[in-house]
Design a protein around this ligand. Structure first.
Ligand SMILES: Nc1ncnc2c1ncn2[C@@H]1O[C@H](COP(=O)(O)OP(=O)(O)O)[C@@H](O)[C@H]1O
Ligand SMILES: [Mg+2]
Length: 420
């Protein structure tokens, strides 16, 4: 059928043909380089694994387990190591232990966490997902856990999100259930990116939490290479990649707070790009392109999740920069911001709030500010976008409320020319 073919020098070709002669040989599933893949070996996490195993080892002899708190930045292996260690424990004494993994970013109330917990416990089936009060679920679970001859380990990943959203009391409820009201049959493994999480907790929670903390340090570039190699070797034949591509993924991951996820994602996207170009090798150029794609995705996500006023401030920074490269001042940005607000019919915020948004945008890495002294005229803060202004503009204008700003330019006839 002509609709499915393309013409090449007079003969009809199927557009999929070129993918049949793919030169990069995939020897394994590309999902080995995705976050859902659970590795069986964790280079450079031996200490953390040993400490966790030692803490949980009492369970093998029938003692109760200590609670654990795993800390560390994103991509340092906390989630996957916790799943690995609890999986190994179940392999050893699955008749005595059950693990329940809950991500508090997704299940962020005590109610939903307890419902999830009830689903993991063998023999507990009569708790409905809605309709019962928290008290009723609580006492039913406490009774059931007490009556079964096994320890329940509740892994609360992103535990800080639970407390952030529902306050300390939410964690108190869960701790009380697991630590006190189940006759020492429960234990908690909390996981967090927030290194001050424990310190910020209420003292009555701290005392119940009595725990061992395990730090997941950021990986350096060499360590990330050791993590990447075995995974890549399971996906690609040795002829299908330049070693430099792996080193570059590792170096970029190391610069991003030692993030293995970033390094692995980059490698996977690089392979996808090389396959799409029909290249016969994954090269550093593919990695650079993959990094750009990832960066743009992150920028889009960051812009999209900003409140309207923050988007307007950011837009004003870009427009001011178009007018005065390198020298847009806070005053100019605030003036433009106020005019943009009027343009779309909303009330501008006070300059103090605008200043707060400027600081937040700087924390997010979207803008840079520098303060210069003007001698006896005081000091002025200069603001500059960190880059990718066209992408950012495009993402800001994806907000329907801001669409009227589409045709406004920095060097333009916008009516606030006289404003500056
Ligand atoms: N030491 C390691 N060895 C192998 N893979 C690792 C290691 N550390 C992290 N990873 C991988 O990096 C990715 C991110 O790890 P993850 O456990 O989700 O980090 P965190 O929970 O700290 O954000 C996962 O794909 C994981 O398999
Ligand atoms: Mg995690």
């Amino acid at each position: 059928m002509v609709g499915y073919t393309i013409r090449d020098y007079g003969k009809l070709m199927n557009p999929f043909d070129k993918y049949e002669t793919q030169s990069i040989a995939l020897i394994g599933d590309l999902s080995i380089l995705s976050v859902i893949h659970q590795p069986e070996d964790f280079p450079h996490r031996e200490n953390q694994i040993n400490t966790m195993v030692a803490s949980l080892s009492g369970l093998i002899k029938g003692f109760s387990a200590t609670n654990l708190l795993l800390y560390g930045k994103t991509g340092t292996g906390k989630t996957s190591v916790a799943k690995y260690v609890t999986g190994m424990l179940e392999e050893k004494i699955g008749d005595k232990v059950t693990t329940c993994y809950v991500n508090c970013q997704t299940y962020d109330s005590p109610y939903s966490i307890l419902v999830n917990l009830s689903k993991c416990i063998p023999g507990v089936s009569n708790i409905p997902t809605s309709g019962w009060t928290l008290d009723r679920i609580y006492s039913e679970l406490a009774d059931q856990i007490k009556s079964i001859e096994r320890t329940i380990i509740l892994v609360l990943d992103e535990i800080d999100k639970l407390v952030e959203k529902n306050g300390d009391d939410s964690l108190y409820v869960i701790l009380k259930l697991m630590v006190e009201d189940t006759g020492s049959r429960g234990s908690i493994i909390g996981i967090t990116n927030d290194s001050s999480f424990y310190e910020k907790l209420d003292p009555r929670i701290k005392s119940r939490m009595s725990r061992e903390s395990i730090m997941f340090t950021p990986y350096n570039a060499e360590e990330l290479k050791d993590i990447l190699y075995p995974r890549v070797a399971n996906v690609l034949s040795p002829q299908s990649y330049d070693e430099a591509a792996i080193s570059l993924c590792a170096a970029i991951g190391a610069r991003e707070h030692g993030d293995a996820r970033k390094a692995i994602d980059l490698m996977r996207i690089s392979i996808e790009m090389a396959m799409r170009d029909n290249s016969n090798k994954v090269s550093v150029n593919h990695v650079y392109n993959a990094r750009d794609t990832l960066e743009v995705d992150i920028i889009r996500e960051t812009v999209k999740t900003q409140p309207t006023h923050s988007k307007l401030v950011l837009f004003s920074v870009i427009l001011s920069g178009e007018r005065h490269p390198n020298s847009a001042t806070t005053g100019e940005v605030s003036g433009l911001y106020a005019d943009l607000c009027r343009e779309i019919g909303i009330q501008p915020l006070t300059s103090r709030r605008v200043s707060d948004y400027i600081s937040e945008l700087e924390d997010l890495g979207m803008i840079n500010t520098t303060v210069k002294s003007l001698g006896r005229y005081g000091r002025t803060r200069y603001i500059k976008i960190t880059g990718r202004e066209n992408d950012i503009k495009h993402f800001i204008l994806e907000d329907q409320e801001l669409e009227p700003l589409k045709n406004i330019k920095g060097t333009r006839q916008f009516r606030l020319d006289e404003h500056i």
